[in-house]
Design a binder for this molecule. Structure first.
Ligand SMILES: NC(=O)c1ccc[n+]([C@@H]2O[C@H](COP(=O)([O-])OP(=O)(O)OC[C@H]3O[C@@H](n4cnc5c(N)ncnc54)[C@H](OP(=O)(O)O)[C@@H]3O)[C@@H](O)[C@H]2O)c1
Length: 262
């Protein structure tokens, strides 16, 4: 099966490409650095020639209003090129809770991306995954003013990027679902507590404040905005296992100050 992975050089995309290759598929990473740009259309028709499936795991370089132009233009270009190439299945990766986060410019753009996919002539599947472990640092930084980090005390179920890639790979080689499915990590945390533990006692300590009014990339959160409903696919890799794995690869021990309470 020829599977073109748009964003196949990214965090999740590179793991997805490797997994598909390991399973014997012709997985082709497509991104600006490989000569394919979904915003301009450059290289798209050549990359899609003979493709059975296209998986879109690309991301906007910006999380502000510019995300709308990225996801709308890219998705329109991509779906048109897929229709011309006779692609049989379009898979898009999005985020659990996207439909509940429309106060955020980034998530408004993801809503438009998903809408375009569902309206296209190409059979489709959408995977909603929770935040990957690598993204915890971005969440902390995005909520920081001075040395204070304000986060809503809400349910949170991050997952390993490897587990996201596994779910997306399975969906990509299967029959189009023409619906959205959800995936999340094996442990449920509180967002503020997890980030407090994550930041630990770094050289420049930051105080994490539980604030129900704190916005998450521009959106107010309710208790279960960021977690999936019943029936979500569950990742296998726990946060402590992932940290130990990263530590063994980088040669640095896991942070001693991080307390795994779950
Ligand atoms: N990260 C998370 O926690 C998470 C959780 C759930 C869902 N998601 C969704 O998963 C997707 C991927 O996230 P990620 O964190 O893996 O992203 P990422 O690491 O930032 O990777 C983004 C990818 O998009 C490519 N790209 C950027 N502009 C492009 C363009 N004009 N044309 C084609 N490709 C382009 C990049 O290519 P270059 O390498 O050439 O720049 C890169 O391969 C996003 O849609 C996000 O909403 C992410």
């Amino acid at each position: 099966m020829k599977i073109v992975v748009i964003g196949g050089t990214g965090l999740i995309g590179s793991k997805l490409v490797n997994r598909l290759l390991q399973h014997g598929h012709e997985a082709v990473p497509a991104a600006p650095t490989t000569g394919v740009n979904t915003l301009t259309g450059a290289g798209l028709s050549q990359a899609l020639s003979g493709a059975d499936v296209v998986v879109d795991v690309s991301n906007s370089p910006a999380y502000d209003e510019a995300a709308m132009d990225f996801f709308e233009t890219s998705t329109r270009n991509l779906l048109a090129a897929e229709a011309a190439a006779g692609v049989g299945h379009h898979v898009a990766l999005s985020v659990v809770g996207t439909e509940r986060l429309s106060e955020s410019a980034y998530f408004r753009a993801k809503i438009v991306q998903e809408y375009l996919v569902t309206q296209s002539v190409i059979p489709w599947s959408i995977v909603h995954a929770t935040q990957v472990f690598e993204f915890l640092e971005n969440i902390a930084d995005g909520a920081t003013v001075g040395n204070r980090v304000r986060l809503a005390p809400v349910a949170f179920r991050p997952m390993a990027a490897d587990d996201v890639a596994k779910v997306v790979a399975r969906v990509s080689v299967g029959t189009p679902l023409n619906r959205m499915i959800e995936a999340a990590g094996p442990q449920e945390f509180r967002l503020d507590e997890l980030i407090r533990d994550w930041l630990g006692d770094r050289d420049q300590p930051r105080e994490v404040i539980a604030d129900p009014e704190a916005r998450y990339f521009g959106a107010l959160l309710k208790e279960r905005t960021l977690v999936p409903g019943d029936g979500a696919r569950q990742g296998e890799i726990r946060l402590d296992e992932w940290r130990a794995e990263v530590a063994s690869l980088t040669g640095r021990p896991p942070r001693q100050e991080f307390v795994f309470r779950h």
